[in-house]
Design a protein around this ligand. Sequence first.
Ligand code: GDP
Length: 294
Amino acid sequence: MFDNLSFKLDRAFKTLKGTGTITEINVASTVKEIRRALIDADVNYKVAKDVTDRIKEEALGRDVLIAVSPGQLLVKITQEELTKLMGGAKEDINLKGDPAVVLISGLQGSGKTTFSGKLAAFLKKQGRQVLLVGCDIYRPAAIEQLKTLGGQIGVEVYAEPENKDAVTIAKNAIAHAKKTGKKTVIIDTAGRLAVDDKMMDEISVLKSTVNPSETLFVVDSMTGQDAVNTAKTFDERLDFDGVVLTKLDGDSRGGAAISIRHVVNKPIKFISTGEKMENLDIFYPDRMAQRILG
Ligand code: GDP
């Protein structure tokens, strides 16, 4: 994960670690290298500039020039600033309500259906009774995919394959959950290949009807800056509660993970690192910063 970025950051710090007497110029040039590495990793330009300005300010403020190991101190400061940038502390999914409703949004192919299954398995492990709901009315294969996943993890899947009205399906599903004592309802919705008004209208109506305690936006981390822009558009229309970053096992350059919180101001709550049901992790900003720094 983020091998290239980690390598470049390590190289930036190595130069400083190998320098005898540290000057403000050495620090400035290391910080510049950090910025370049972040931009190469597809981090939003303004985000890269802001965070490296803060790293420099902190470094000079904390007397990095007279520190015993200035290189190590700069690594520590960078780690702290990246952690802050990605949200500081982890934030949990909100499962208030009986049943609690979780709405899954995102573009087609982002990994919504796979994540819905993973989340169901994750919550089931915690002892919650879960109902998965297939509301992708345009892609019959999505419902089949969800049923297969449900079978694998032992979670019931509610679907009405002949019904083309997502709102009615969701309402019926919630009534079914109440009747059968399910405490959590996860609704997988339809996505398109690009943001379009019709999709946004449909999911907005769905959201206001089912009143979810948690609306999650799922995004493919490999799409870099596009992931951040799509997140912004979805948030403007949907005011979601959290982000799920998928495909972090691929050759993601890391830009989305680093920029999204700062640009959209919504927390990343989960990361997905593979196609298997167990490839799901809670997002911890500090652990991610540590991983980025290698
Ligand atoms: P949806 O259209 O948003 O519901 O997307 P899907 O859940 O169908 O996922 C699209 C493709 O991405 C499928 O082939 C999934 O197996 C794959 N996929 C989903 N999440 C991940 C992940 O974290 N890593 C990898 N490598 N593939 C994933």
